[in-house]
Design a protein around this ligand. Structure first.
Ligand SMILES: *Cc1c(COP(=O)(O)O)cnc(C)c1O
Length: 396
């Protein structure tokens, strides 16, 4: 099984619908919705009938398929990307007293994983145009305690991997890529997951490719795979004679064959899923009026996997009122994300308002518009029409 790097171009149209996911004209339009075909449902039923529900042959098959996608690199599945990030931090030897640099505009799992191993997340502000960590700000934050850097590919737009590797080399920084949102994206034609670092993918229900809940860790060559597997499951080593030993404290974070069967069913449609997402994103660019004061995402149709289509509302427009009015029009809007450093838990670590002004500005105005396989051209038009109508009312 092999996938070419996904070079999504503007020529794809929204015509290639996936039947099961389609929305009817008057349905509530959610901001996302997984695409599950009948073959996948059949595969899950087969697992249920097999008598083997936990990690077994399907997990191994899923790991092999993921490894093929990642140019032969070792991949181990987990029950979430959070668990994969924590395992990566442990494998990298990050622990109490260490510092890990990351973005404040991410799902809280990124920073929580750092806290989980006893280390301190050190945030660096984002770039306005990509909404990803500003790598040029990292060097200033490094201390003798800095052990790792976790870049996050927000919305599936990859962080500049050339700059990332240069930075990592010049400061001997270990990199754990939080690619929870960027499975299927690429950097200059090289799929995310094929670089030299730890890479964590998520297969949560809202991600482009799902296993219901699940994650995977792509491992650097030099990593001890047996240790990775022990960290995933109670620190247990099993011997051929039926005995076992426990050598360190491991998590309980393995994937089930049920989840792996869903994941395998998704990989079959990966190309189609990305084409549809790119086509819908393309249509948003073509349909959203440019005089509404909205700030659109970077139109990267070469590298992004269009995990989300996010716009910034104009300054002065209440996001809560916007979301409420859109919902009244039958349209779901997401917020990904409010900044991590202003959550109560993180304020207790000493962070506060004004620390990362770009992320705070973006995080206070960002909204995620509906985008998922099975959405139609008419749905995009409906979203754009409602946005215009509502912004005219809310913009004073
Ligand atoms: C979804 C997500 C995670 C966590 O993934 P889980 O599988 O839910 O643990 C981590 N980081 C980012 C950026 C995410 O979007």
């Amino acid at each position: 099984m092999q996938w070419p790097a996904l070079n999504i171009s503007l020529m794809f149209s929204v015509e290639h619908h996936m039947e099961q996911g389609q929305t009817k004209t008057n349905d509530f339009l959610p901001f996302t919705k997984p695409f599950i075909d009948e073959e996948t449902i059949g595969a899950v039923v087969a697992v249920l009938r097999s008598g083997w529900l936990t990690g077994g042959p399907k997990v191994l098959e899923f790991e092999r398929a993921l490894s093929t996608y990642c140019a032969g690199r070792s991949v181990r599945t987990f029950n979430s990307a959070t668990a994969a990030l924590i395992a990566a931090l442990r494998l990298a030897g990050v622990g109490v007293g260490d510092e890990v640099v990351t973005s404040p505009l991410t799902w809280v799992a990124t920073a929580n994983s750092v806290l989980e191993v006893g280390a301190r997340p050190v945030f660096v502000d984002i770039e306005y145009h990509t909404r990803n960590i500003d790598l040029s700000g990292v060097a200033d934050k490094l201390t003798p305690s800095t052990k790792a850097l976790i870049p996050v590919d927000l919305a599936g737009l990859p962080v500049d991997r050339d700059k990332l590797q240069t930075l990592a080399h010049s400061h001997a920084l270990l990199v754990i890529e939080d690619a929870a949102q960027s499975f299927g994206a690429n950097w200059k034609g090289r799929p995310v997951g094929t670089g030299p670092n730890f890479v964590a993918f998520s297969f949560h229900a809202n991600k482009n490719v799902t296993s219901g809940e699940g994650g995977a860790l792509v491992l650097p060559d030099e990593v001890d795979l047996a240790l990775c597997e022990r960290l995933r499951l109670q620190g247990v080593t099993r011997y051929p004679d039926g005995t076992m030993d426990v050598t360190e404290l491991g998590a309980k974070a393995n994937m089930s064959d049920i989840a792996a069967a869903i994941g395998l069913g998704q990989l079959v449609h990966m190309e189609n899923i990305y084409r549809q997402r790119a086509a819908l994103a393309c249509q948003y660019f073509a349909t959203l009026r440019s005089d509404m004061g909205l700030e659109l995402p970077l139109p990267d149709f070469e590298q992004s996997n269009w995990h989300m289509f996010q716009v910034l509302l104009p300054h002065g427009v209440s996001r809560a009122s916007f979301i409420e009015a859109m919902r009244a029009d039958g349209i779901g809007i997401g917020v990904h994300y409010s900044v991590v450093h202003l959550y109560s838990l993180y304020r207790k670590l000493g962070y506060g308002p004004g620390d990362f002004p770009v992320a705070e500005d973006v995080g206070s105005r960002i909204v995620t518009l509906p985008l998922f396989p099975g959405m139609r051209e008419t749905d995009v038009n409906r979203v754009c029409f409602s946005i215009e109508k509502i912004l005219l009312l809310l913009r004073k």
